[in-house]
Design a protein around this ligand. Sequence first.
Ligand code: NG6
Ligand code: CA
Length: 520
Amino acid sequence: MALGLNRRDFMRAAVASAAFGPTALAMGNKNKADAKLKRPPNIVLIYADDIGYGDLSCYGATGVKTPNTDRLAKEGIKFTSGYASSATCTPSRYSMLTGQYAWRKKGTGVLAGDAGMIIDHNKLTLPSMLRGAGYATGVVGKWHLGLGDGKDKLDWNSEIKPGPLQMGFDYSFLMPATGDRVPCVYTENGRVVNLDPNDPITVSYRKPIPGQPTGKTHRDTLKQDWSHGHNHTIVNGISRIGYMSGGKSALWVDEDMADKFVEKGVDFIEQNKDKPFFLYFSTHDIHVPRVPHPRFVGKTDMGLRGDAIVQFDFQVGAILDKLDALGLADNTLVILSSDNGPVLDDGYKDQAVERIGDHQPAGPFRGGKYSRFEAGTREPFLVRWPDKVKPGTSDAFVSQVDLIGSLAALTGQTLAAEDAPDSLNMLDALLGKDKEGRDHIVEHSWALAIRVGDWKYIEPNKGSKVAWSTGNETANDPKPQLYNLKDDIGETKNLAEKYPEKAKELAAKLDAIKTAGRSR
Ligand code: NG6
Ligand code: CA
């Protein structure tokens, strides 16, 4: 079909163009200014990895300055109750891109680097919805949602699919899993970049590669030592999770990764500047291994974790500068958030713990990555759209799971009943017109928690109270927990016994959400 759209996409594009009125082409010159106004905004979603609520200076960070992100905050809305859906990467991203809570679907926990894609590419996704509205769609950066069909062992030496191109993106440049997982190569549109066919890639998460040095056997050769896990194949002087061999010419250089993502993200914007575009710009910062480019090393007193935040901010600046240079900033909706809360030692001896000083990565909240306390999922959350959004601060409840529902409303699309079952239309809240937003937030790490107003209920769950690897508090407790965030933002006083009715009420609401199988 025309423009390479399938029938469903085509119908959606038709609906969208009706929503935004006639195109500039169809109109006389005198209406060109109007037409420009009616062009739907470009959408850039900047997603950080493991950045906590308190890690940016616009959210009160003391150990690091983030001028570019602060500029975004100043020119847009800074949300104080913006949430990721889960306290780790894979489930948060799954929820955001599908509009379905990851905890409804098995197999959506942190994925190995050779896992199959967990997103059903026949279902509506954030990019396919926007593509249907006539957007050019691209993803650059961290993926961590699996690649391939998950049935056959993935062959990294031929076309890798299904992947982003099958689920709605027109363009992809990926770090396939995480910086600390093999394979340590980029893929572009389903092919490993710079792969020499005479040096094929093998990946294994089970068996070591005979004779190959690892982080265990050659620990003294490492340029960044590991603290737990992360002691398999060595790439660029850093041992990773999982084993790989081959692909020498394709291996990434950690120090150059941020620049690489900027190059590809900026290229995508340049190439699509004449039509509405959606860029999912998914940085690797500040996940481990933290190996910023030498020009950022030493920029803070906090060591590599702080320096990686500066590098994150540089990437934000580069994207904003490109929008400015092309005159696109005013009609571009920029959304910035992070996939889960902060962690210090997540597996490498990078001095994050030793050099943290007074800096509070979680802001005033308890917990962090892997936690159902607030810091697990409450994130920096910024929205800027100069043409339409008045700058300010908002306490409205907003969640990343609502991007599909909200952006469908923005682009004039109707979701079918089976689409994005947990994604609500919170457009007015995101644009600052509605000061309330959602009436509840579900938080997830192993089990669930729910926030309604100032009340927070954490369902009982056995299991360790701290994540074994990091020492982060999980919020697991065999007893129900109830906190009042208004008087006790740090979730220190469990009120479940004092207010059993309140605990029951929230537990019942959470149960209803679980049982319904959907939120809308
Ligand atoms: C954990 C890793 C951690 C990190 C995390 C995923 C160990 C001991 N820990 O299993 O280092 O990779 O998975 O992080 O291996 S996330 O942000 O992608 O969810
Ligand atoms: Ca993460």
